[in-house]
Design a protein around this ligand. Structure first.
Ligand code: THU
Length: 149
């Protein structure tokens, strides 16, 4: 697979996950898909709660799921797709970037795995993808390395 095919496969997985978002309060669906070093994919979606502050972001859910399989240190890339839910579908032309908390949680995987993560930020309408390294999105990060891991 070319890099673009791998990227597109990851975005498609994130988009599919977003279809299961539990987001009745914000009406904003987000899907995240992690690419692991063996080529497998782990997904997550936002999981809101009636006690709003307890809501979980898609990236955090995906990373916790990877950890359940013992794969936190094997994350190589992540794709994020999101948009407002209207008529049962996600809409929006802006690429969705991980929130500050999710950047920090992604950094946990990056440092445990000793690799920078590629972050693909995609728009709901599929028109735009921006690709970054996590180290650009969270420079000078505090993480496991600071605690001797
Ligand atoms: N959200 C994510 O899932 N990931 C992010 O990085 C940004 C925000 C979710 C949280 C909430 O359910 C909805 O998007 C609106 O903020």
């Amino acid at each position: 697979m070319t890099d673009i095919e791998t990227r597109n496969r990851l975005i498609a997985a994130a988009r599919e996950a977003a279809g299961n978002a539990h987001a009745p309060y914000s009406n904003f669906a987000v899907g995240a898909a992690l690419l692991l070093t063996d080529g497998s994919v782990v997904t997550g979606t936002n999981f809101e709660n009636a006690s709003y502050g307890l809501s979980l972001c898609a990236e955090t859910v995906a990373l916790a799921t990877a950890n359940v399989g013992g794969r936190l240190g094997d994350v190589a890339a992540v794709a994020i797709v999101g948009g407002a839910i209207m008529g049962g579908r996600m809409h929006g032309d802006a690429p969705i970037y991980p929130c500050g908390r999710c950047r920090q949680v992604l950094n946990e995987a990056a440092q445990i795995g000793r690799r920078d993560l590629t972050v693909h930020c995609a728009s709901a309408d599929g028109g735009e993808v921006r690709t970054h390294q996590l180290s650009e999105l969270l420079p000078h990060a505090f993480g496991p390395a600071d605690l001797g891991l």
